[in-house]
Ligand binder design. Structure first.
Ligand SMILES: [Zn+2]
Length: 235
């Protein structure tokens, strides 16, 4: 009897040790790029697939030191999406009074590589066809929940005629006349504005408007326009 109990304890110990080794082994590849394997429902700035053993939802969380955030929202910097340098750039007084919401009227995008390609396309169009100094928007929001850095804070954009020196323009990738951006993207837009306020790029008593509030345009799309009218500080 005593022997049987000892044997069971010994086997359990072996099992625990083997599990530990397996867990360490599973993390090896991810550790090589400086990240941690974890289930992808956990908060993480950027996940990389294909680096972790186990279930498909176990992914490598790349350390936040290598990622840029504005408050709670992950920023994809110009270097990350492969921006061309601007040919003209002028700063504006901050904090600004207005925040304008736009849509790009192009394709929606749901991952970093597709949204980054769209940033490069839009920038190319704005610079080469429109003759502007850079991509027109201050930031674009993808349905991966990331904010893509356009001209950034405190720089005059080319998004809202008559208001480019007193506002930032935040644009959603897609056409939102008949659809809404997903929850991730809606949250990211609001978190980006909150960050702009907390970093003093935007006045705390700012006015949030859609492009169509000051111009003859459908922008930011019928459904997205209805949505932002429910956000704090609209009007
Ligand atoms: Zn617009």
């Amino acid at each position: 009897m005593f022997c049987l109990v000892s044997w069971k304890i010994a086997m359990r110990t072996v099992f625990i040790i083997l599990s530990f080794v397996a867990a360490v082994y599973a993390d090896t590849q991810c550790v090589a790029v400086g990240g941690t394997c974890q289930e992808d429902h956990q908060p993480c700035g950027a996940y990389q697939s294909g680096l972790c053993d186990g279930a498909a939802n176990r992914k490598c969380c790349v350390p936040s030191a290598s990622a840029t955030y504005c408050g709670l929202v992950r920023l994809i910097t110009r270097a990350e999406w492969g921006a061309r340098p601007p040919t003209a750039r002028s700063t504006i007084p901050t904090p600004v009074d207005f925040t304008f919401i736009h849509h790009t009227v192009g394709n929606r995008c749901f991952d970093q590589s597709t949204c980054s390609a769209q940033m490069r396309n839009i920038q190319g169009y704005h610079m080469d066809a429109n003759g502007w100094g850079d991509i027109g928007y201050s930031y674009c929001i993808g349905e991966d929940g990331y904010a893509y850095e356009g001209r950034g804070w405190g720089v005059e954009g080319a998004h809202t005629y008559n208001y480019n020196r007193v506002s930032h323009g935040i644009s959603y990738f897609g056409n939102f006349n008949n659809a809404l951006p997903n929850e991730k993207a809606l949250n990211a837009g609001q978190q980006l504005i909150d960050c702009g306020v907390s970093q003093n790029h935007i006045k705390s008593n700012y006015r949030l408007l859609g492009h169509r509030d000051v111009s003859a345009t459908e922008c930011p799309g019928h459904l997205l326009y209805d949505e932002i009218r429910t956000w704090p500080r609209y009007g």
